[in-house]
Write a protein that binds this ligand. Structure first.
Ligand code: ASN
Ligand code: ZN
Ligand code: CA
Length: 333
């Protein structure tokens, strides 16, 4: 069949009304984006096996913003992964997860009441549950960016998913998930340093994680201690999430896009932020050039200092801010 690239529109649960790059195959539209490595989204229809069914339809208008419409979460996933593709390409010149131009696919409506999302290197795909009552899909853009970034980490530093390296792996996904949220800058999902805040997973308006003060979730570490690597990787990540917030925005109280933050440091060390774009450039360089599968927090400090030297010079303000932000979370000095 003749195939051509089209521009459709979709209304997601969280992304609002957005343009979507689609494929017209014969007379059928597909939720497949040949301009971004052929990434596509499938419907698991609440099953757990196989790779689902590609979303297709006779018109190029997808979803209605309601979670009860099967296409709405698919719009979120397809748009979120597309924004993540664009972020890596336009910011770092990275052409997809493996820098080979190949897009990963997304599976939505996995299982019933499944309150998680995950990346799988085996299928080179990411999967999204619908949350409790199948009414809170885990398709927010920071989660899509988080999951696709697990693929980037696997293709680069390949940080082992346990101990301190596991926390660094998780933090890398939160860091770039957040950067994607800022990059997309959606009016329906105003960017912040919180993870999963518009999903309302807990039913009380709280996010999954807080980067300015990770312990606000009740479990994550704000700073390093001997044994932090024994925490679940989604909690030991707090040290690096907090480092990234401090490096970007600095310590103390701050309001960004209407959200109030108050980031503490050990020994009340004062950190002056260098902005999130430079902080992300340093983390990306560290991830792709200096970190390895066994990098721990002390080695992440060295890796990011090396990255700051490579990007900005060894006597730069950026280098000094990296050192101070790590000190603020009790790593090295
Ligand atoms: N949502 C989780 C994550 O991406 C799934 C997991 O525990 N691997 O980290
Ligand atoms: Zn993760
Ligand atoms: Ca967020």
């Amino acid at each position: 069949k003749a195939e051509s690239i089209k521009t459709g529109t979709g209304t997601g649960v969280f992304v609002g009304n957005v343009p979507l790059t689609t494929t017209l195959s014969g007379s059928t539209y597909q939720l497949k984006d040949a301009s971004r490595g052929g990434m596509y989204t499938t419907n698991m229809n609440h099953g757990t096996s196989g790779n689902g069914t590609l979303y297709t339809k006779s018109t190029d208008t997808w979803g209605n913003g309601q979670a009860s419409n099967s296409e709405s979460a698919a719009v979120d996933a397809q748009y979120g992964v597309g924004a993540t593709w664009d972020y890596y390409k336009n910011t770092f010149g990275r052409n997809g997860i493996r820098n080979d131009g190949v897009g990963a696919f997304s599976r939505v409506h996995y299982d019933n009441n499944y309150t998680n999302a995950f990346w799988d290197d085996g299928c080179f795909c990411m999967t999204y549950g619908d949350g409790s009552g199948n009414t809170h899909p885990l398709t927010e853009i920071d989660v899509a960016g988080h999951e696709m970034s697990h693929g980037v980490t696997a293709a680069t530093a390949n940080l082992n998913y346990s101990g301190e390296s596991g926390g660094l792996n998780e933090a890398t996904s939160d860091i770039f998930g957040t950067m994607v949220e800022f990059y997309a800058n959606l009016p329906t999902d105003v960017p912040d340093y919180l993870i999963g805040e518009v999903i309302d997973l807990n039913g009380n308006g709280t996010p999954l994680r807080y980067m300015d003060k990770p312990s606000k979730d009740g479990s994550s570490a704000d700073s390093w201690y001997s044994g932090v690597g024994n925490l679940d990787v989604h909690y030991s990540s707090g040290v690096a999430n907090h480092f990234f917030y401090l490096l970007s925005e600095g310590s103390g109280a701050k309001v960004i896009n209407g959200v109030s933050y108050n980031s503490p440091t050990v020994n009340s060390i004062a950190v002056t932020g260098i902005g999130r774009d430079k902080a992300a450039a340093i983390w990306y360089k560290a991830l792709t050039a200096y970190m390895t599968s066994t990098t721990n927090y002390a080695a992440a400090r060295t890796a990011t200092l090396n990255a700051a030297t490579a990007l900005y010079g060894a006597s730069s303000a950026e280098y000094n801010a990296v050192a101070t932000a790590w000190a603020g979370v009790n790593v090295g000095s």
